[in-house]
Design a protein around this ligand. Structure first.
Ligand SMILES: [Zn+2]
Length: 273
């Protein structure tokens, strides 16, 4: 059955952060997922978010997937021993098809797989499953941000750029503008409409497949159109991103937000039966 889901970015105009998709993107993905949950999954989500804690371990008062979707970014600054380093992305090269390192299972796709197992296991403490839910919600979003799944040996797009004719923060990197400015630009086109065909069943390595797909997008739409792009080479001077670069990013961003939301719903529906 074909289903059309329309969600307006205006519903989630929240302050932008410095991490993948910013909070606006993560919240929108969570909203799309929430709109596609089964009643059983919906009921479990509500149960798991009761008594949710914030990054300081105080009651957060948050009760929705959108509200908790950036918690993993919030706790990142609290952990000074690097516990969660590497959890949000995987440094897969865009210039060949090998996968980046995943030391001790600390990379986004493997963490999604591991946290999904904890979320599913009803013998786990409620707090463990609450945190697992928040990791899954956040990292499915991160993985669909092309630069979290494929980069050019440049720390996930940590190269200076300028945006021609579009407002941005001071001295942005390629990663910054995909997180914030290009996302905002793409969401200005109105509600994201998603036409869903019957989704193919999830497999054990679906997160890794989603990541490979996002890496291909990074190669094709983030890096290949950069003027003077060369494999493994990091420019020292800012690359100017012209309006045609900005425009080609719009459908990529909108599609990835929609896909992430629907795939997250499918993962939660199969995990929280
Ligand atoms: Zn993140």
């Amino acid at each position: 059955m074909k289903q059309i889901i329309l969600l307006s970015a205006a519903l989630v105009l929240l302050p932008a952060g410095a991490h993948a998709w910013s909070h606006t993107g993560h919240a929108l993905i969570a909203q799309i997922a929430n709109a596609n949950l089964t009643p059983a999954a919906q009921a479990q989500v509500q149960e798991l978010l009761k008594n949710d804690l914030d990054a300081n371990e105080n009651p957060s008062g948050r009760t929705t997937l959108a509200e908790v979707s950036s918690w993993p970014d919030e706790i990142r600054t609290k952990s000074n021993n690097g516990t969660f380093r590497g959890w949000h992305s995987r440094a897969n090269p865009v210039c060949n098809d090998t996968l980046g390192p995943c030391k001790n299972g600390h990379c986004a796709d493997q963490i999604i797989i591991d946290q999904t197992a904890l979320l599913k296991d009803r013998t786990q403490p409620l707090r463990t499953r609450n945190e697992a839910l928040k990791w899954v919600v956040h990292l499915v979003g991160d993985l669909h941000m092309p630069l979290h799944s494929g980069s050019n040996r440049d720390g996930g797009g940590n190269i200076p750029v300028t945006l021609i004719g579009l407002k941005s923060r001071k001295d942005p990197t390629l990663h910054d503008v995909w997180d914030n400015d290009l996302l905002r630009y793409a969401l200005k086109r109105g509600p994201i409409s998603i036409a869903t065909e019957a989704a193919s069943p999830l497999t054990a390595d679906s997160p890794t497949q989603w990541m490979r797909e996002a890496r291909a997008l990074s190669r094709q739409y983030v890096y290949a159109p950069l003027p003077g792009f060369a494999c493994g080479s990091t420019p020292a001077t800012p690359i100017a991103l012209d309006p045609s670069y900005q425009e080609q990013a719009v459908p990529v961003i909108r599609d990835q937000i929609g896909k992430a939301g629907l795939r997250l719903a499918q993962l939660l529906n199969e995990t929280l039966r």
